[in-house]
Design a protein around this ligand. Sequence first.
Ligand code: ADP
Ligand code: MG
Length: 338
Amino acid sequence: MTELSEIGEFGLIEKLAKDIKITNKSTIKGIGDDAAVLNLSNNLTVVTTDMLIEGVHFDLGYVPLRHLGYKSVVVNISDVYAMNAKPKQITVSIAVSNRFPYEAIEELYEGIKAACENYKVDIIGGDTSSSHKGIAISITAIGEVEKDKVVYRNTANAGDLICVSGDLGAAYVGLQLLEREKYIYQENPKIQPNLSGHEYILQKQLKPEARYDIINFFNSNNIVPTSMIDISDGLSSEIIHICSQFGLGCDIYEDKIPIAQQTIDMSLEFNIDPIVTALSGGEDYELLFTVSPEDVEKIKANNLISIIGNITKSNDMNLIAKDGTKIPMTAQGWNAMR
Ligand code: ADP
Ligand code: MG
């Protein structure tokens, strides 16, 4: 193992940056000068930042550094997609304590680079610092969208259909499973974690993907959602942002909310109603969006998308239960559940 103090900050940056290639034509200058240089077109530019702190956002007890690197990129570009934009560049800032050898940072960067390759994003710079304790990663993503295609979260209209990509709640029960197995292992190190059969929920927690497929679908089918947000804190807290305009509410149908079988099974194992997991679990990184009724046939043709309800002219946000009863929805974000 190579101590970070041995190679120093510049040595570290040099090693990390060594095989970083530039693929987007809007990236004029990447790593290596005082600032990166971009040639942004006539399109609109979107910028977003997320910070991940060890012990707050992740636990290296069960999160491999490579997955952490991958996920820290994905959570950022998910925000870019939620504007209906395409991510193009990221900057990566890290703070690490000397508890980590160079090889650990290299692992982290392997994940960061893998995500950048998958999503065709250039790493154009960052900052490197030491920390007293633990590791922190801050990533800024820059994306591009045509002027008439940008989608905000608070621009839905009454009568619009509410849609969601993929399925919900998996990452939350994946986390609960990892926490449980960690606890069991700490109590008795002879017991090996039993994770088989739970691959889907673990993957949604440890290596989520951002929904470029949905954005491409919009593009190739001439759909511009009337509003959109990515689901990081749980459906019930994100829907509030969608309905935040005066006089808008929603009806969401319980039986239309997509939940994977592994999510249902694990929720029941933890004595949680699966619908609560889907509404209040976090870190789905699925897209929640509304479309005008004229796009309904196009949306129905895509089996990656579920229509879960509609925007109403009222101030009420309702969950319509399977038996038809209306339950007011509250903002139980996922923090509230931890
Ligand atoms: P400055 O002192 O001007 O801030 P640095 O020595 O911090 O410059 O950085 C030199 C170059 O390396 C810059 O292009 C910067 O963006 C890049 N860089 C620094 N840290 C990282 C990192 N962790 N990942 C990617 N690029 C980095
Ligand atoms: Mg610097």
